[in-house]
Ligand binder design. Structure first.
Ligand code: CA
Ligand code: CA
Length: 125
């Protein structure tokens, strides 16, 4: 018996053809359990849960804002993070994936450049 990562070994070997000793059989960064929940293939790295991100800058009454839209996977904990230098990142919002699109508007008080990213912090389905 190898280490247990949450999927039953018998099911892994006989049904899903995943590797019970590796929680990410196809090494695409998404754990087997998380892929099955999202109905993607845990044995194909070409098949990954949706994690779409779109950003748009809008201006209203000379105030800038960043509109961020995330196509979230099913389950998992995600963070929208902001940086001014691509090195130090600050989490500005945490949310749980629910398979839906979420939209958020973050006002930009100044004209300094800023970078945004969405990160999957936890893959618990
Ligand atoms: Ca995977
Ligand atoms: Ca996969």
């Amino acid at each position: 018996m190898g280490p247990c990562y949450g999927l039953n070994d018998y099911v892994e070997v006989n049904t899903d053809n995943t590797n019970p000793n590796n929680k990410d059989t196809d090494t695409d960064g998404f754990e087997d359990n998380f892929e099955l929940t999202n109905q993607t293939s845990p044995t194909s790295s070409a098949s990954t849960p949706q994690m779409g991100l779109a950003m748009e800058i809008s201006e209203y009454a000379s105030s800038l804002s960043v509109d961020i839209t995330v196509q979230s996977p099913v389950g998992g904990l995600l963070a929208i993070e902001q940086s001014e230098n691509l090195q130090d990142w600050t989490s500005i919002e945490l949310f749980e994936g629910n398979g839906r699109t979420i939209s958020r508007v973050f006002p930009r008080e100044d004209n300094a450049s800023a970078f945004y990213r969405v990160r999957l912090l936890d893959q618990t389905p």
